[in-house]
Ligand binder design. Structure first.
Ligand code: NAP
Length: 316
């Protein structure tokens, strides 16, 4: 258990697949390592009902179960994990870095791996902010059961939107997928499932421009992008799956970020500040997948080890 003001070889920020994998590699290398997690370990994938494309589980595995196994594995090698520990501040110190939590505890460390992942993007349309948690959700796995026999819409056409639409058909009487283009972005295998499901209806080439409701969602206005026609529709719930934004607020102005806010690294996953590495969805990369996050977590863990060895050789 950490009491704050402690010193580490490596601090990993974020406990999703990338952070947990980095932790497994660092703990096995016997680095004094602490993993700080804002909530509970697991990351975004733990809110996904089933993971079908992570190798090694031919019968599919629940997202939560997969990350619990990763956490168990990391603890078996002695990784120290501190949950409910939101990092708000990271500073380059004389040797290494200082990290401060929202509860004012601070830690010093020789190296850092940032694996804070990404959060659901907001649509920023009228009614969204006001009705979050009152019929608007970004997590079907968490909130789907509240919509038994109700009519819901899903906004988005990517893998997340389509997988979660399928999940919602277990509860809802009708699931409408509203997507801004005429073609879905999701993998073909997922699209095939949607076409076979009688509870799902596609509304393509359209966008939701307003969500209506006083104390809870009652309806929405959908605009056809070609004709410009606007239709008001009664609905009970809205699930928004339009991609993600990286969790990088605490390193703005400290590390190099790309125009979308993702952390830029070199091939060893080192950021613009030597000694700080990044892995997983928070990093500028081409594919946001658990398999990629796990690979990057392993590489960042090894890169941090090499960096520490070089520091030792230079007597720093
Ligand atoms: P995504 O693949 O980026 O898809 C986002 C969807 O939202 C796209 O269809 C996009 O439309 C739409 N969109 C974006 N901004 C919008 C706006 N302002 N208004 C309306 N629609 C908007 O995001 P995701 O589905 O959340 O997935 C994120 C990453 O996780 C992806 O790399 C995905 O492959 C991965 N993932 C994988 C799996 C899986 O492999 N089983 C499951 C879930 C997620 P356009 O198509 O027109 O751009």
């Amino acid at each position: 258990m950490s009491n704050g003001n402690s010193s580490y070889d490596l601090i990993i920020i974020g406990g999703g697949p990338a952070g947990l994998t980095a932790g497994i590699y660092a703990a096995r290398a016997r680095l004094k390592t602490l993993l700080l997690e804002e909530r509970l370990p697991g990351g975004q994938i733990s809110t996904t009902e089933y993971v079908e494309n992570y190798p090694g589980f031919p019968d599919v595995i629940k997202g939560r179960e997969l990350t619990q196994k990763m956490e168990e594995q990391s603890k078996r090698f002695g990784l120290e994990i501190l949950s409910l520990s939101k990092v708000i501040f990271l500073k380059d110190a004389a040797v290494g870095f200082e990290i401060r939590l929202i509860n004012k505890k601070s830690y010093s460390t020789k190296t850092v791996i940032i694996a804070t992942g990404a959060s659901p993007a907001k649509l920023n349309i009228p009614g969204e902010k006001e009705l979050i948690g009152r019929g608007i959700s970004y997590c079907a796995t968490c909130d789907g059961p509240f919509f038994k026999d109700k009519k819901v819409i899903i906004i988005g056409g990517g893998n997340a939107a389509i997988e979660e639409a399928m999940f919602l058909t277990r509860f809802a009487s009708k699931v409408l997928i509203v997507h801004r283009r005429d073609q879905l972005r999701a993998d073909k295998v997922l699209q095939e499932g949607v076409l076979k499901n009688e509870k799902i209806e596609l509304i393509l080439g359209s966008e939701v421009i307003k969500i209506i409701g006083k104390s809870k969602v009652e309806g929405c206005i959908i605009r056809n992008k070609k004709s410009g026609d606007e239709n008001e529709m009664a609905i009970d719930g809205v699930f928004i799956y339009i991609g993600s934004v990286p969790n990088t607020n605490f390193v703005k102005g400290i590390l190099k970020l790309n125009e979308k806010g993702y952390i830029v690294t070199d091939n060893e996953l080192q950021t613009s500040l030597p000694g700080i590495f990044a892995a997983g969805d928070v990093r500028e990369n081409k594919l946001k997948q658990v398999a990629v996050a796990v690979g990057e977590g392993a590489l960042a863990g090894v890169s941090a080890q090499k960096y520490l060895e070089e520091m030792k050789n230079k007597n720093l």
